[in-house]
Design a protein around this ligand. Sequence first.
Ligand SMILES: *[C@@H]1O[C@H](CO)[C@@H](O)[C@H](O)[C@H]1NC(C)=O
Ligand SMILES: *[C@@H]1O[C@H](CO)[C@@H](O)[C@H](O)[C@H]1NC(C)=O
Ligand SMILES: *[C@@H]1O[C@H](CO)[C@@H](O)[C@H](O)[C@H]1NC(C)=O
Ligand SMILES: *[C@@H]1O[C@H](CO)[C@@H](O)[C@H](O)[C@H]1NC(C)=O
Ligand SMILES: *[C@@H]1O[C@H](CO)[C@@H](O)[C@H](O)[C@H]1NC(C)=O
Length: 486
Amino acid sequence: MFQKAALLAFSLATAVYGQQVGTQMTETHPKLSWQTCTSSGCTAAANGAVTLDANWRWLHTTSGYTNCYTGNTWNSSICTDGKSCAANCALDGADYSGTYGVTTSGNALTMKFVTTGANKNIGARVYLMADDTHYQQFKLLNKEFTFDVDVSNLPCGLNGALYFSEMDADGGLAKYSTNKAGAKYGTGYCDSQCPRDIKFINGEANSVGWTASPNDTNAGTGQYGSCCNELDVWEANSISAAYTPHPCTVNGQTRCQGDDCAITSRYSGVCDPDGCDFNSYRQGDTSFYGPGLTVDTKKPFTVVTQFLTDNNSTTGTLTEIRRLYVQNGKVIQNSKSKIAGMSAYDSITGAYCDDQKAAFGDTTSFQNHGGLKTIGQSMGRGMTLVLSVWDDHAVNMLWLDSTYPTTSDPTKPGIARGTCSTSSGAPTDVETANANASVIYSNIKFGDIGSTFSSTGTTSPTSPGGGSSTTTTTAPQTTQTKYGQW
Ligand SMILES: *[C@@H]1O[C@H](CO)[C@@H](O)[C@H](O)[C@H]1NC(C)=O
Ligand SMILES: *[C@@H]1O[C@H](CO)[C@@H](O)[C@H](O)[C@H]1NC(C)=O
Ligand SMILES: *[C@@H]1O[C@H](CO)[C@@H](O)[C@H](O)[C@H]1NC(C)=O
Ligand SMILES: *[C@@H]1O[C@H](CO)[C@@H](O)[C@H](O)[C@H]1NC(C)=O
Ligand SMILES: *[C@@H]1O[C@H](CO)[C@@H](O)[C@H](O)[C@H]1NC(C)=O
């Protein structure tokens, strides 16, 4: 579960340097405005923009336009080994809207699921930039991160994800001299699944030992993976949502090989693949999140996440990740766990993770990889913001929105995660039936606790989902509220 799918697609109409840079199309990052906030208000960040991950880009010879990689296969006469492949191949600029279905307008980013241009593109992954050649790095401890999301057009099987990975700000350009493309071209991705579908890692192609996926025409896996701490703030569709920290025992983006990539066993790697998740449905509140429910996914809403430390300082130890929602001008407290053997937890703490793993009979991989303290140390070093939309070639996203494992008793705690059918989410189905799906992320704000959101203070008697008064409170008038007041 909690796997990141391979989301690879190719355009023959665009060009970029493998780890060199191509010149077929100028890379122009779509602008995306966002804000930083304090108790005295919010200000627009400079140079807000996004860049497309390198894996999606056209990879062709530096000398011409022969593909270095087509579908899920490397050209073995160009890519005889990882180093020469990096020298011979170039990543090119992206046609964001035409090829990848990625568009921005003001503070809003829309990502389409399937885009049919000259080629068919499935999903995308983009990063927020600080400038043209660096990813924006966020230090989230004792801070709050807020965004609006519209998941109304994201059905079962899809995942609109907003998360942080501990990537190098320059995409690995300085560390690896053979990487000439860098963050401008979306290099250096890593996450807690130690993905092996990444085409270039540490300035070398992952072409040696590459195995084409049996069920994904755009993906394969190489001998290396790219691991790092991952903080999933939001993985969701219109039916289910989860937030999940995933610690690793390595600091920063780290190339793995063999069992460090969890090859023989899911839990043998340097990262925690499961994480400690909070999914309201899985925690037993089945009427909180969904179409027409307390958080009504038929309309946009605001997602607030607070990263609290033991001494209320940015250098303290991470102790709690809190979640709030705002919709129709009202603050909605997170749902409370209703699981036998667990307190009515409504946030992620060390005690929540311990009790949840025990109640669900899950492994303690999260704790074994350092738990909240370790992901907190990663947050202290700085992480890159990732926004994506994907489908799941491994397990059809059932870990997020259905009964999983599918053969387990759904009345057993932790098995039911959402109302999607166990037969839903197959990529061959959703890529056809739900090709027009999309997600919109907007109004990103980052700042001091209590400074990034407010409400109109009006409570509508006809609020969606019946507006349960026990889960909905009127927000304070000012933006200076401390989290303790909620
Ligand atoms: C692989 O690259 C070689 C050398 O550039 C080229 O001649 C050949 O056509 C390519 N093969 C494919 C399948 O594109
Ligand atoms: C941190 O702030 C909260 C809310 O204001 C307060 O309840 C708590 O006592 C503070 N903790 C410390 C260690 O100062
Ligand atoms: C918070 O804790 C960290 C780590 O122990 C310490 O370095 C820092 O000085 C503390 N900050 C405050 C304001 O107490
Ligand atoms: C697709 O293939 C991968 C192996 O690359 C396998 O792990 C996965 O279970 C397959 N997915 C489905 C839905 O058959
Ligand atoms: C997707 O949208 C396009 C354009 O609006 C439309 O022509 C097409 O029929 C839609 N496809 C599906 C599967 O709904």
